[in-house]
Ligand binder design. Sequence first.
Ligand SMILES: C[S@@+](CC[C@H](N)C(=O)[O-])C[C@H]1O[C@@H](n2cnc3c(N)ncnc32)[C@H](O)[C@@H]1O
Length: 234
Amino acid sequence: MRTSSYLRRRDQLTTYFDQTAAAAWAALTSNEPVNRIRATVRAGRDEMRATLMSWLPEDLNGKTLLDAGCGTGALAVDAARRGAHVIAIDVAANLVEVARKRAADEHLQGRIDFRVGDMLADAPATVDYTVAMDSLIHYDEVDVRRVVADLADRSGEGVLFTAAPWTPALGLMHFVGRLIPHQNNRAPAIEPLHIPKLKKALNEELGIAGWRTGQLARIKSGFYISQAVALNRS
Ligand SMILES: C[S@@+](CC[C@H](N)C(=O)[O-])C[C@H]1O[C@@H](n2cnc3c(N)ncnc32)[C@H](O)[C@@H]1O
């Protein structure tokens, strides 16, 4: 179910990733040189993507995978290299365009259907796997739980997602950020979540539908910190 807070945040993210930060995001996710701080973020994100990919079967031939909030498409390419049919969807049309161009240069065993749209409303009703890497980190806990439940509902075999884990430093930044008046070009706030609480809630809410949280991994590299959570069929 898409709540008004989900839709409001999604629309802010559309403006931010499609316009304000599109060029910076394309550069961060490329092989171009970046400054030292961004290089640590890039390294952390590469490690996170490798971690998520290591939780999927090596052979993805015949499997469908939803890359929910695909950005410039690196994970979609990794999955299609292993044979998956990937549906890669993002609200930011400019990033999807970059992703399309980058994927066109790759030799893929599988294939990628890129779509511009909402990861819930415009995604297929059934897939085998869903991965949402760093695309839910700006939604609050209630919305993350609802989105993950919706993604699980349409995924036959597994859902992998990341959240921003609550740490004293991130909690403080979030608190201070809320005191500062919103400027249009500022990045939408990251919502730090208490991972044990989130895990417990997901097990309670989705256990009845046959899901259990599985692998967990926290990746920290410079300013990048992200927590991966797997939901598996129990
Ligand atoms: C931090 S970026 C991560 C992109 C990509 N997953 C990666 O790891 O490189 C978050 C992406 O999620 C997309 N996004 C956020 N909410 C979305 C939604 N409701 N539906 C589709 N895309 C969404 C944003 O447009 C943005 O491209």
